[in-house]
Design a protein around this ligand. Structure first.
Ligand code: GLA
Length: 692
């Protein structure tokens, strides 16, 4: 359960009463009751209201809001307001503002215009968190803390003098001596040797490509800075309100900081889920991110925000047509969310987000969107039993920020160019074999192939424990860090199946290439050595010719993007390339290791191969694949021996599903089903086995 104060599915949204006159608040309460809202996120961007100057704190406004919701049985997910520093703070202390790579200070005038390492900003947020915690610690409405808002969304990658100073300290702690730093960074290359700590700058643009290890270390430093920033508030709240759970809402994009750093200091993972209704693969996009969020703590998470209809930041923002908001809400529950919340309660009249949908649209309560909100909010009463139930995945995909940061390179080498914030943070920007290679793209490719087989998958940070899984897949794990080799070998020896792909195991944790063949430390468990690689040009193709006959496999499959030239040192060749100078050499191998097996896929296979290969290893491990009509998804949550099977139809037409034997009750309708289930367009059924 997310908070003992709300022992049901949490339903509500970001509530900004500060944008409206008080007479509207009464209307809000009436409509919240009508739609069965039980929690609202408040005070997200109200720092300026709560602290009009350095020495004055005024809580009258927030007291009124807190009292009003409490009187009406609604709970507060109380934000700490720190995502939008007040103008007076920036005017008085300019060091709170971030500085771009080219030295420009970003001005105030929007939210998130702060340097994540600014001691001034940090001092003020600690104080504000303390004032809020002391004031509301015994308030009936306080059910959950919401620290800041969506770290890294618009935060700039900062290059100010203070960040530079802290970066040096961080490096000193890590490398102890400047000689060691020079060795690890490989500064002998291009004669970049540093003679003292104060010569070290942030990795700004220079005349050509920058030092790769320095760049990676800077991203690691900033990633940790987000975490220590969070701790500034977390420690205060934990001390004053030890029984109130704490969260911060993640963006759903893992690139800018390693979310696993937060793991031991989060009571619940929450995230903001905004799939694009115009994207036919939106359900996969959301499923992957739900899995990432659920796997972080291995327990139910929260949807802190989703759009009631359209957003305002895709190039074209189409509406969610009737029924889609409900369907996607149930998808979140199916994947382990115990909440459905929205941005935002009432569509804004003013400000940058006025074209973003709200639970109450500009049109008012008599609108399609509000009617759908009411329908869902009231229906959720029927599913409160699922709260706290888990998803038992036996397949894990591992994810690693360092591999991501050293691979993704869609823009090519940056050379001497200054980079805009997004490019810098999201890309490797280094000389690299191919702009067509994408770390997260490969991970997504494997996830989607498993999704198409209706297999529940955890997406776990690379250093998590593998023991509960039967299959572990590490797509394109470019960097192999200490401990990973032993973890994989142990997992496989005990009977696990491990899968990895091309361009895995190239570098160690300091970006030094493993010599003697890839995938570096995984050579033994894989039973191969990769001698060289050949990235294929855009549209370039090769084929994988099966070398052995395997049940359920075709004779050959197409492939693209990349070809590894592989020597086997114990592994069996299952398929070989069809063309090029390496025709006939292995592209897909299997290695028996202890009681388990390790598979290497040295290319990007077409989808039919993915289906056949994954089906084989799932069958080999005795894992179930549900045979469902196209566009139907099944996810099962269980608790205390009870199972809840979520069937979701994303198709435009009715679908009939063959059920496993038994009698089931649809908890949404009370209908008893046997043998088949019919789902209307965008239909949802949650089946509970009748005789449990
Ligand atoms: C993010 C923010 C919200 C709002 C929405 C709009 O998730 O956290 O404050 O801006 O985007 O989609």
């Amino acid at each position: 359960m997310i908070t003992p104060k709300v022992p049901k599915i949490i339903f509500g949204g970001d509530y900004f009463p500060e944008q409206w006159p008080e007479e509207i608040w009464k209307e809000d309460i009436r409509l919240m009751k009508q739609s069965n809202v039980n929690m609202v996120s408040i005070a997200i961007f109200t720092w300026a209201l709560l602290q009009p100057d350095e020495n004055t704190y005024t809580f009258d406004w927030l007291d009124k809001v807190m009292d009003l919701i409490a009187e009406n049985g609604i709970y507060a997910c109380l934000a700490t307001s720190t995502a939008a520093p007040p103008v007076w703070l920036a005017c008085k202390y300019s060091d709170v503002l971030p500085v771009t790579e080219s030295g420009q200070r970003i001005d105030y005038g929007s939210r998130q215009a702060y340097c994540i390492n600014s001691p001034t900003y940090r001092k003020f947020i600690r104080k504000l968190a303390e004032k809020m915690a002391v004031r509301y610690k015994d308030h009936k409405a306080l059910a959950l803390w919401h620290i800041n808002n969506e770290y890294a969304n618009k935060n700039q990658m900062c290059f100010c003098g203070n960040c530079e100073k802290l970066f040096r300290e961080w490096l000193k702690k890590k490398y102890k001596t400047i000689d060691r730093l020079n060795e690890i960074w490989g500064t002998v290359f291009w004669g970049e040797k540093y003679f003292s700590w104060d010569q070290i700058n942030t990795p700004k643009a220079s005349s050509g490509s920058r030092n790769s290890t320095k760049l990676l270390d800077y991203k690691r430093f900033l990633s940790e800075s987000f975490f220590t920033l969070y701790l500034e508030e977390y420690d205060v709240l934990r001390k004053i309100t030890p029984d109130i759970p704490v969260t911060t809402n993640f963006e759903g994009d893992w690139r800018k900081f390693d979310h696993s750093l937060f793991k031991d200091h989060l009571d619940v993972v929450s995230w903001n889920c905004y799939p694009d209704p115009a994207n036919p693969d939106s359900r996969k996009w959301a499923a992957l991110r739900h899995s990432m969020m659920r796997s972080l703590l291995g327990r139910p998470f929260m949807i802190m925000e989703q759009a009631p209809s359209q957003v305002d930041w895709y190039p074209v923002n189409i509406n969610k047509p009737p029924g889609l908001m409900r369907l996607w809400s149930y998808q979140a529950l199916a994947h382990g969310s115990d909440s459905i919340m929205y941005f935002q309660w009432r569509a804004s009249k003013k400000g940058a987000e006025r074209y973003h949908s709200g639970m109450i649209p500009h049109f008012g309560e008599d609108s399609r969107v509000f009617k759908e909100i009411c329908g869902l909010g009231n229906e959720l009463e029927k599913v409160k039993d699922i709260v706290g139930s888990d998803i038992d995945s036996k397949v894990a995909i591992v994810m690693d920020n360092d591999s991501w940061w050293t691979v993704d390179n869609p823009y090519g080498s940056a050379g001497s160019k200054s980079l805009d914030n997004e490019t810098f943070w999201n890309a490797n920007a280094q000389p690299f074999p191919s702009v067509l290679v994408s770390y997260f793209g490969e991970l997504e490719y494997y996830f989607n192939a498993l999704y198409d087989l209706n297999v529940p998958v955890d997406v776990i940070p690379v250093h998590y424990d593998f023991s509960k899984y039967k299959i572990v897949i590490a797509p394109l794990l470019h960097m192999i860090k200490p401990g990973f080799k032993d973890a994989v070998e142990d997992f496989v020896k005990k009977g696990g199946i491990f899968v990895t792909t091309y361009f895995t195991g190239l570098i160690d944790e300091s970006v030094g290439v493993y010599l003697g063949g890839y995938p570096g430390p995984l050579k033994d468990v894989m039973g191969i050595r990769v001698e060289e690689y050949n990235p294929l040009p855009p549209g370039g193709r090769n084929a994988m010719k099966m070398a052995v006959k395997l049940d359920g496999f075709k004779k050959d499959y197409g492939c693209s993007v990349w070809c590894d030239v592989i020597h086997t040192t114990g592994a069996k060749v299952l398929a070989a390339f069809a063309t090029d100078y390496y025709a006939g050499s292995a592209c897909f191998t299997e290695n028996q290791f202890g009681n388990g097996r390790a598979y290497y896929v040295g290319t990007r296979p077409d989808k039919d191969f993915m289906r056949d290969f994954l089906t084989k290893i799932l069958n080999d491990q005795g894992l179930e694949i549900s045979d469902l009509p196209e566009e139907v998804e099944l996810m099962t949550r269980s608790k205390k021996g009870k199972s809840y099977c979520f069937y979701l139809n994303y198709g435009e037409n009715e679908k009939t599903i063959k059920l496993p034997s038994g009698r089931y009750e649809d908890i949404l309708t009370g209908t008893i089903c046997e043998r088949t289930l019919t789902l209307a367009k965008y239909g949802v059924s949650i089946l509970r086995s009748k005789w449990h």
